[in-house]
Design a protein around this ligand. Structure first.
Ligand code: FAD
Length: 522
């Protein structure tokens, strides 16, 4: 270790956090605020993981966020707003996006074009207008969703060890629906098929067909959006992630960039330190990893013989979620001039979610996409008379595994062309002659910049047997190496900004508890 390095990073920390994505940042900030000696090591040169921004020409693009759940208005703060404003007091501003979504389906005979407002009542009424007679059943969907939300809060408050009696007495609908898919429960509730199609538009955010998607998670997410809206930062995700970085330093925590962790050192089943790619060894008994379980058990634990069989079994039983492809465009005309009136578009060939999901197994013209026009939420996010567009589609990671380096650029351009055509056709707009800046992100881009395994950003798939409920109930039992915790979109709360942030805090709380118990004993 060089002399200057020795001065920069001390030899020993209470906790080392690997990665400064949403989960890693939240965990580090929580521990630093509690006075724990914490070091966060990030391989990239800025915080956020995929929650960041980049600049091309006169445009600053949002990298990933379409909308944040669990933020909410001042009068009804969600968990993330409470974390940012009340606990961390970070200097940041969020605004609510104007509408829930505009869903356009394009297959002949399946055409639909519905704009959905926020607010549960508005949501129900709009579906009723489209599908007369659906009101009661959609109201019941939201009633069950409310009970599920309350049950999740209760399980969280009990740190994953809820009293079964309380669950049975007070959260019976939660228990009744926990093991079922969205399709099964929506059918049981008698929701008409077309109403299900509209109600299920948010499926693209979870990336699992409704026949396999666990109902509890989907219902809780839909309710959160309908109730307190979707929110975005006014200065891109880079704004709030750098604000968390500043707070961590203010609290006395440490973050080092351009520093990858190559090894998590383990001895007799216990964490003893980490080793960085430059060979520095840092002692610690606690590691919170923002890198996934797949990467940690297969690549980082050293020596590999310290990985218990059960850890491999746990990881191998799970199914990796989706990766994706994003076209970012800076246009030299305003959204209004271009006829782009909405903020968030879901454009699908149809709402047969099994079929669309299946289409993402192949490198072909996308059958489904999500698009945001940031100016319709943050009018001054780009220079006057211009606008920013992010068009995203999803893929199963296997679809990209045989792409040869020499074919990569052509493929990327072809898919971007198809994505743009699909968007223009569905919305009746003509955008390409207005493109001033364009950038494309593929799974390789996410793997490179945020070190995502195979570029996957949808965590492990939340099927009923591996949804948030069993993951939360398993909390504490899934620690296979003493002192090791995970944080982020691959962990117990699933993928997504708010889930990853909340998960970071939860993991930090678990580690803090252990540190305090040890200090009490000493
Ligand atoms: C295009 C796109 C659109 C999305 N849209 C939304 C949306 O609208 N709403 C929403 O809620 N969610 C959305 N998501 C999902 C959401 O962004 C993620 O689930 C969430 O941000 C993941 O956070 P994380 O904590 O797992 O960290 P990640 O973003 O996965 O970051 C992990 C960090 O760890 C670092 N790291 C990894 N290994 C090492 C190592 N060995 N040493 C040092 N550092 C390491 C990486 O460099 C990275 O900074 C989207 C994602 C993408 C890509």
């Amino acid at each position: 270790m060089s002399e200057s390095k020795k001065q920069r990073i001390e030899d020993s920390y209470d906790v080392v956090v690997i990665g400064a994505g949403n989960g890693g940042l939240a965990a580090t900030a929580f521990l630093a605020k509690k006075g724990i000696k914490v070091l966060c090591l990030e391989q990239h040169n800025l915080p956020g993981g995929v929650a960041t921004s980049f600049v091309r020409g006169r445009f600053e693009f949002e990298t990933s966020l379409h909308e944040m759940a669990s933020y909410g208005p001042e009068s009804n703060k969600g968990s993330i707003r409470r974390m940012f404003e009340d606990k961390l007091k970070i200097d940041t501003k969020f605004v609510q996006v104007p509408e829930a979504f505009r869903l356009i389906t394009t297959d002949p005979g399946e055409e639909m074009d519905v704009s959905m407002p926020f607010g549960v009542e508005n949501f129900v009424d709009t579906i009723e207008k489209e599908v007369p007679g659906s009101k009661k059943s959609v109201e019941n969907f939201f009633k069950v969703a409310e009970e599920i939300g309350e049950a999740f809060s209760y399980i969280g408050s009990m740190k994953g060890r809820p009293d079964q009696g309380v669950l049975l007495r007070e959260h019976s609908n939660f228990l009744k629906t926990a093991a079922y898919s969205v399709t099964e429960v929506e059918n049981a509730l008698g929701i008409p098929e077309k109403a299900q199609k509209i109600l299920n538009a948010y499926w693209a955010y979870l990336g699992l067909p409704m026949s396999r998607m666990n109902f509890t998670i989907f219902a809780a997410m839909t309710l959160t959006y309908a109730e307190i809206g979707g929110w975005v930062p006014t200065d891109r995700s880079h704004g709030y992630t750098t604000a968390i970085d500043a707070k961590i330093r203010e609290f006395g925590g440490r973050i080092e960039y351009n520093t990858a962790v190559d090894k998590i050192l383990v001895e007799e089943g216990k964490i003893i330190g980490v080793e960085t790619s430059s060979g520095d060894k840092i002692q610690t008994n606690y590691v919170i990893s923002n890198a996934t379980q797949t990467v940690v058990y297969n690549q980082l634990i050293y020596p590999q013989s310290e990985v218990p069989e059960i850890a491999y079994k746990d990881v191998n039983a799970r199914i990796h979620g989706l990766t994706g492809f994003v076209l970012y465009a800076g246009l030299d005309a305003s959204a209004e001039e271009l006829g782009l009136k909405d903020y968030g578009y879901f454009i699908m060939n149809n709402m047969d979610t099994d079929e669309i999901y299946d289409s993402w197994r192949k490198l072909q013209a996308p059958k489904g996409l999500a698009c945001t026009v940031l100016n319709n939420a943050v009018p001054d996010c780009s220079p006057p008379g211009t606008c920013l567009l992010n068009i995203t589609t999803l893929y199963r990671p296997e679809a990209w595994k045989d792409v040869k380096p020499e074919d990569y650029v052509d493929l990327k351009n072809k898919l971007a062309e198809e994505l743009l055509t699909k968007f223009e056709k569905a919305t009746g707009t003509s955008l390409r002659k207005h493109i001033e800046e364009i950038e494309i992100a593929t799974p390789a881009t996410f793997a490179r910049y945020a070190k995502l395994y195979n570029g996957i950003f949808y965590g492990y798939e939340p099927e009923s047997w591996d949804s948030m409920v069993p993951r939360l109930m398993n909390m504490g039992k899934d620690v296979y190496i003493e002192g090791l915790e995970f944080a982020g979109g691959f962990n117990r709360r699933l993928h997504g900004y708010s889930s990853a942030l909340n998960d970071g805090v939860m993991s930090a709380q678990l580690i803090l508890q252990k540190i305090l118990q040890e200090r009490d004993k000493a």
